[in-house]
Write a protein that binds this ligand. Sequence first.
Ligand code: SF4
Length: 475
Amino acid sequence: MMTYQAAASEAGAFINHEEILSTLDYVRTHKNDPALIEQIITKAAEQKGLTHREAALLLECDDPVLIQRIFDLAIAIKQRLYGNRIVMFAPLYLSNYCVNSCVYCPFHVKNKTIPRKKLTQEEIKNEVIALQDMGHKRLALEAGEDPIHSPLEYILESIKTIYSIKHKNGAIRRVNVNIAATTVEEYRQLKEAGIGTYILFQETYHKETYERLHPRGPKSNYAYHTEAMDRAMEAGIDDVGLGVLFGLNTYLYDFIGLLMHAEHLEAKFGVGPHTISVPRICPADDIEADNFDAIPDSIFERIVAVIRIAVPYTGMIISTRESQRSREKVLKLGVSQFSGGSRTNVGGYTQSEKEQAHDESVQFDISDKRTLDEIVGWLLELGHVPSFCTACYREGRTGDRFMSLVKSGQIANCCGPNALMTLMEYLEDYASEETREKGFKQIEKEAELIPNPKIKEITLRNLKAIREGKRDFRF
Ligand code: SF4
């Protein structure tokens, strides 16, 4: 049999079905081998990551004591590498026209009941102002694939519009982009437009299932979709975001595929994915989640924990698909980016609550419906630091440069204080009185933990100035 390494060197073969089957077999044979699992947990504690085989074994181990040790390790690694910071963002839907036929998405081409809409540049401006007025600084652009309604030129123009809007103290400082797989040339243009992370979910790594779930349209080409990140990185985009939609296929197969994809990027480009998203299938117009193999919370939490320890330096994203309860649990276990106040329809941020409630064009139902202020206040109560920082991106610390920062352990002197400064700005510009008070207390506590005395002194001085209404900085 061809070895995994040999197969992976062939174009497009890095998701090697045979290797996944062999890993599944390995997991079945060894999942009750406590000595081996202990050994893997010890290795994981060194924070150098795990192979897909090792990670899969941890995910499937069913000894409650060992499971608890895996959770404890994930919590410890999360704390050590990311501290209490949680990066905040919101999705912005530009267009729901789509020529694809993904059977789990209400934007699919055959859905005739959903109202189709594409934002004009003026409408984008209004949406962005609404997002800035909430306090957002970081967006994830979303658009269906449609060469007529939303060609790359439209996406590029929209990015330019978004970056150009400065409303009151607001500004969108990082635009991440989640659009269909495209060519190296088009990725180059996205890079030149100043995008942050390019995000593309694989949906499922199981080729046969993928082809069944994507019967028509450009996205039906499994190899072209799977190799998209290679083209994006070739084009110079060094922050890429992976993800699968858990529930489309057996979770273990996709979990293994996801880690193989991360290993492939690391081996080929010297840097793994910037983020991994962990969405689960949920209901929407024309979509019955019951028709899929939705995973229970207990498995979901273990997936998050094992991803955290298998790829410790990769950020993890959770969306408002998840309930408050589920989000709270996985935050501790490893999630580092969090959306808030999200709308998953086109034009949602400028709608009234009533219009929003009657809009049937959402891509998925939102489970966590709280406002950004409510979410920020809640995160603060839990001891987290909601961060609106985009400094790394603005200073060119992307890809391996960002990874070196995390690996050097300088997060506490760099990202931590930056997060506090951006939280101060948020509290002053956008927060309710209640959230503001919680925030100031949390910043005070966190500032005391900053190792570098000079940075600690500056942070406390800025906090004092803000409290006294004498802010003299703009981050
Ligand atoms: S998942 Fe994306 S590509 Fe598929 S139908 Fe929905 S919008 Fe279109």
